[in-house]
Design a protein around this ligand. Structure first.
Ligand SMILES: [Zn+2]
Length: 469
């Protein structure tokens, strides 16, 4: 009897010791690749949490912890740590519409309406200049500008998209890249059929890439006939990849739709069975309430480009109506030739200010709404919201650190207000995509910045010559 009691006691003691050892193992911080400490963390998660003294843990490509500094320090030990003191830690910005290589046309022709700008300058310059070498140099420059200003994901529509994809991948950025299909002969395709064949080869080459989502980019309804629009959409459906298109950018496009016996570009595309999930439509300026209802019903994402629309005087997209209808809306810069930069902080600020003025209502687009569009909204519009757009455990580690310690940012009552109304792209100190640090404390690690700038200046001399002729 006594022995038995003793036996039980010994067993209990062994069990207790084993339990303590297990607890100690559980309490030991987990080794991870990177811990970002001591920042103001703007998560953009479901509860829109902002942690005044927060931290983010990253391992491999993913976010593994988002919490207070103390909680993260207790749970994780980073092989690398970044002190985010005086900085906001937030999800990387999502640019839902651009033409990356057009940075090489930055400032080439300003103060013109879209059709004159396109027909007299951009299309001729592109006809003379666009080659794989040109788009590579342009993409490197655009990637440098984007990662320096906190854009971690972008949607692109251009030519030789496979060259753009390779440069984007080596810069380390994430992107949805659309191979252009257009009715007239262009640098990489003599016919729309060539363009479609190129798009198909491009999809096959990049489908499944961790950073690049290949897509088909029929340019616009006014530059394509019905059969080609249908064929482009069918191609993206066949491969389950996104479709990128310019939609209802200027008033002229309404007329083209009416010539095709439909009341609007949206109604025309809908009559072709073109609209559906996976379509990302840029601009959407000239739309009626009925058009917005169609876009919502079909699950189309919309890219709002306030600066391009203002600069080309294309019109004001009815952004509050889109948001009220529950359409997934992201922000875009458009190509640098009509902006003239790729700074998403400006896009946020302009979106907010433009619609306050247009609606004579300072509440029309709040700072929160603008920030939402530049992060989660853009991710949703691009169909990437499960992977990016917020700082949440299990999502990819696309994270930026924004300095808020200088004179321009002092004092700070509300970090979200500062991100929209005060911050510039240049305030971004550190950019991380898919867990890889691309820029640390303003030092770009994935690209050779001086070589890229020198090369871009050389291309500009050739562009100047080409436009003179
Ligand atoms: Zn565009």
């Amino acid at each position: 009897m006594r022995t038995r009691v003793a036996g039980v006691t010994v067993l209990a003691l062994i069990g207790w010791l084993a339990g303590m050892a297990g607890l100690a193992a559980q309490n030991a911080p987990r080794d991870v690749a990177l811990v970002i400490l001591n920042g103001i963390v703007v998560t953009m998660d479901g509860g829109r949490r902002v942690l005044d003294r927060g931290a983010v843990a990253v391992d491999g490509t993913d976010i593994v912890g988002v919490d207070t500094d103390e909680a993260i320090t207790r749970q994780f030990r980073g092989r690398e740590t970044i002190d985010a003191g005086g900085q906001i830690v937030m999800p990387g910005l999502v640019n839902t519409h651009t033409h990356a290589p057009m940075v090489l046309f930055r400032g080439l022709a300003d103060d013109l309406a879209l059709m004159e700008w396109l027909n007299s300058y951009i299309f001729p310059a592109e006809a003379a200049m666009v080659s794989p070498q040109f788009v590579r140099a342009g993409t490197r420059l655009a990637a440098l500008e984007m990662l320096e200003s906190g854009t971690t994901t972008f949607a692109d529509m251009y030519y030789f998209e496979e060259a753009i994809a390779e440069e984007t991948r080596s810069a380390g950025l994430r992107a949805v890249l659309g191979q252009t299909v257009i009715q007239f002969p262009v640098a990489d395709a003599k016919t729309p059929a060539d363009g479609l064949a190129r798009a198909e080869a491009f999809i096959k080459g990049f489908k499944g890439d961790p950073l690049i989502t290949p897509a088909v980019a029929p340019h616009a309804m006014y530059t394509l006939d019905g059969p080609t629009l249908r064929a482009a959409r069918e191609l993206s459906k066949r491969y389950n990849v996104p479709t990128l298109i310019h939609l209802a950018e200027t008033r002229d496009e309404l007329q083209v739709a009416q010539e095709r016996l439909r009341p609007s570009p949206v109604a025309y595309l809908d009559s072709l069975d073109f609209l559906g999930p996976g379509v990302l439509a840029a601009h959407g300026v000239w739309v009626s309430d009925a058009d917005i209802a169609i876009l919502k019903a079909r699950g189309v994402g919309v890219s709002h480009n306030p600066e391009s629309n203002m600069k080309l005087a294309s019109g004001t997209a009815p952004l509050p109506a889109y948001l009220r209808a529950g359409v997934a809306v992201g922000l875009g810069t458009d190509g640098a030739a009509s902006n003239n930069d790729l700074d998403m902080f400006e896009a946020m600020r302009m979106a907010s200010l433009l619609h306050k003025l247009q609606n004579t209502d300072p509440r029309a687009v709040s700072a929160r709404t603008a920030l939402e569009m530049a992060t989660m909204g853009g991710a949703r519009a691009m169909g990437l919201d499960k992977a990016i757009g917020s700082l949440e455990v299990g999502k990819r580690a696309d994270v930026i650190l924004v300095d808020v310690s200088g004179a321009r940012q002092t004092p700070m009552y509300d970090p979200v207000s500062h991100l929209v109304y005060v911050a510039h792209g240049d305030d971004v100190r550190t950019t991380i995509v898919n867990g890889r640090v691309l820029m640390r404390d303003r030092k770009v690690l994935s690209l050779n910045a001086p070589a890229i700038l020198a090369e871009a200046r050389q291309w500009a001399a050739k562009v100047r010559q080409a436009v003179k002729k």
